[in-house]
Design a protein around this ligand. Structure first.
Ligand SMILES: NC(=O)c1ccc[n+]([C@@H]2O[C@H](COP(=O)([O-])OP(=O)(O)OC[C@H]3O[C@@H](n4cnc5c(N)ncnc54)[C@H](OP(=O)(O)O)[C@@H]3O)[C@@H](O)[C@H]2O)c1
Length: 312
């Protein structure tokens, strides 16, 4: 997987535009950090020390250097222990990897955000995180239509800004933010979110408004549930996906991941199976324009994960 040490302006054929490069400089991140971040290992539902150790070991061995977790996944501690165990095995140091975690919806607001970030750092056994996201625009226990949601996520963002300025969060971002949530945040803050992590696959695309806001603010869109999500086979089994996979002798998962990359998204596939973790990294090929178009225009529309549209 040509991730670390890639020195040209592309990642597996995905062009990095001038505006992206300005984004990198503005955010003081090294190009190779962004390149390794585009291929991230998802860890939602991966629990139990033995399984986590197996996944982290396999992923590091294959060249993955970026891992996505969340306070809500209940696996930060085991991921921290696994990194301690396996980084030396592959001659790696903390600065060679990229760790993302997320603020749980129950910890939104001024009164909770600081303790929550410290807890994630302590669970992972790290002095700093490369990226920390507000997991969800709403707050647990509040009705979705309550205007309190907006106040609390604003306070959370201000809390994350403090850690960002102190340096213990190297970059900060959001997740599941719609165009409306993004606009509200950008209009009220001088720190622009580095990332918006959102559900994205050929059955669930976004309105142009979200793309345009993220492009204008240099916020990288990162796709989750690219394969449809845990235990969901509908996207992997889509006849258009299967047809293209058979035509070019690839796996359906590789088609879906490559499609997201060519659409300009970062990817975070999750698997507990080392063979699949390997398959998911082998996407150094290009989907032709007509195949991209076929995937873009699949008629079946379905969202498989939680829906933030109605969160005030
Ligand atoms: N911010 C958010 O709100 C949010 C929400 C959901 C997810 N995420 C992040 O995004 C990551 C990925 O999303 P996801 O976990 O929803 O699901 P996903 O990556 O779309 O799909 C995972 C499912 O696909 C299977 N799979 C993996 N590789 C495969 C392959 N090559 N061929 C066939 N099946 C394969 C996995 O099974 P096995 O494990 O058995 O291989 C699992 O059932 C999460 O782990 C998490 O880090 C974020």
């Amino acid at each position: 997987m040509p991730v670390i040490g890639c020195e040209d302006n592309s990642v597996c054929g995905v062009e990095l535009t001038t505006s992206n490069l300005i984004f990198f400089v503005v955010n003081s991140l090294f190009l190779h950090t962004i390149l390794l971040f585009l291929f991230t290992v998802g860890t939602y539902t991966i629990r139990g020390r033995e399984t986590i150790f197996k996944v982290i070991d396999a992923a590091l061995k294959l060249g993955y250097r970026s891992f996505d977790t969340a306070a809500g996944y209940g696996n930060e501690q085991d991921i921290g222990l696994a990194l301690k165990e396996f980084l030396p095995k592959y001659n790696l140091k903390r600065e060679h990897i990229f760790i993302t975690s997320k603020l749980a919806p129950k910890d939104q607001g001024e009164g909770k955000v600081r303790a929550a970030v410290k807890n994630s750092l302590s669970n992972l056994g790290l002095d700093y995180l490369d990226l920390y996201l507000i997991h969800w625009p709403g707050t647990s226990g509040l009705p979705v239509e309550s205007s309190e949601n907006s106040i609390l996520r604003r306070e959370s963002w201000e809390g994350l800004e403090e850690f960002f300025k102190e340096g213990s969060l190297r970059s900060i971002g959001v997740s599941n933010y719609t165009a409306r949530h993004m606009k509200e945040l950008i209009e009220s803050s001088s720190v622009v979110p580095a990332v918006n992590q959102v559900e994205f696959h050929p059955h669930y695309d976004h309105p142009n408004e979200l793309y345009n806001i993220c492009a204008d603010s240099r916020t990288l869109l990162q796709a989750y549930s690219s394969l449809g999500g845990n235990g969901v086979k509908t996207v992997l089994d889509d006849s258009t996906v299967i047809k293209i996979a058979q035509k070019i002798s690839k796996q359906p998962a590789q088609i879906l991941l490559r499609w997201a990359l060519q659409r300009g998204y970062g990817i975070i596939p999750k698997s507990v199976n080392p063979e699949r973790i390997k398959i998911n990294s082998e996407i150094d090929f290009t989907l032709e324009d007509n195949d991209m178009e076929s995937l873009n225009s699949i008629e079946h529309r379905q969202k498989y994960s939680w829906n933030p549209d109605n969160v005030a």
